[in-house]
Design a protein around this ligand. Sequence first.
Ligand code: HEM
Length: 424
Amino acid sequence: MTLRPGDVNLASQADMARIGSAPYDYLEMLRREAPVWWNPPPPENKLANPCVGFWVLSRYADVDAASKDPQRFSAWENSVLWVDVKQTPANLEMQRAGLLGMDPPQHTQHRRLLQPGFTPRRVAALEPFLAAQAEQVIDELAARDRAEFVFEVAAELPMILLCQMMGVPQEQRREYLRIANDIANVEFNPNFETSMFELYVFLDTLVKSRGDADDDTMLSKYTHGEVDGRALTPDEITQFFITLSIAGHETTRNTTAHFVRLMDEHPDQKALLLDDLDNRLPNAIEEVLRHSPPVMQFCRTATTDIELHGVTIPKGDKVYLSYVSANRDEDVFDDPNRFDITRANASSHLAFGAGPHFCLGAAVARTQLRILLGELYRRLPDISLAEPYTPTGSVWFNAITAMPVLTCPHAAGRGSEDPAAAAS
Ligand code: HEM
């Protein structure tokens, strides 16, 4: 069937679930035929903050340019999610207290506070800790024939690291993951308000239990930090915690899962990787981020009427930046649907965004992906999918909810419910 603009609603979870992956074909058609396209509110529109529609930018050059132009494409004017928070002033104020919802110069000041935790030196210093933890995660996997990869394996290292960086005791990791996940799951969690309350309580208890501790953790940097000669407000501290709690694990977890999925779907690329694991792994990770970015989009709001490709985006309208589409733009990437771990310009992808909000955790994410996936493919090179994975059907994350794996091909049947299969 030939796709036409409007055939898919990018704000509709029903459409995402129907397609079963990011809507690559639809976005390819938009890039070609309607590079600035008005996406109306979805029929279901059930979220507490409704979607009022947005303009979709699908070409690499436009997503890149808008991300780097906060004066015209503001993160502060309205939510950077696809929903509208202008109608609920308290929610708008809350979003403006967070790094993702600020524009320069306020954004620059807040980012400066966190930047020291993410310098190349600090990231390199984390490597021995990450290597030891990755070994343990893979030890536990190797002891089993079959596992659910997304939450039992891929979620582990990002959460261990997040706890370490934030100052959350490791014993509370599982509880923290559950709450953080319930918050990230804004589209499907019927008890979102309760989850937010749980996060507030978790943070409050954490801050109280740490007392005046002034250490290297990001929580300490934020609670003791100053912006413009004043201490940070409770809302700013909470928003910072929410941002990191979502950004720091959901993304890396899904990239790890996509990596294993893509290797399973492309045995030729997997053979190439295993042939020279240490040298090919970094570019293979970039290619996974390009081909299947875990974050599909963030939004901005037009601060003035903007003319683009013959279309006027009116002041105040929301603009959707499609990283998924930018990463498959044929003007930048040859044969963009092909998964090729030797692609020379794979790292030019926009999976981490661009401009002032470029992912603060990009180096941390790349380092932990390299360490975990290196350990995984050195120890369990035959890991394979046991059955089809379950896509989440989110309009925000290109995510996988569950992905059962076999740790080696001989494990087929073992660990399953069927004793006959296990004996064969
Ligand atoms: C593969 C993993 C990751 C991907 C694909 C990713 C992607 C992104 C994207 C697309 C943005 C928003 C860009 C924008 O609005 O223009 C972002 C922002 C951010 N990310 Fe990541 N992220 C990843 C991992 C991480 C990790 C591990 C951390 C922290 C430990 C992190 C922390 C942040 C923060 C704090 C921001 C807000 C930056 C700002 O507004 O200035 N991210 N990330």
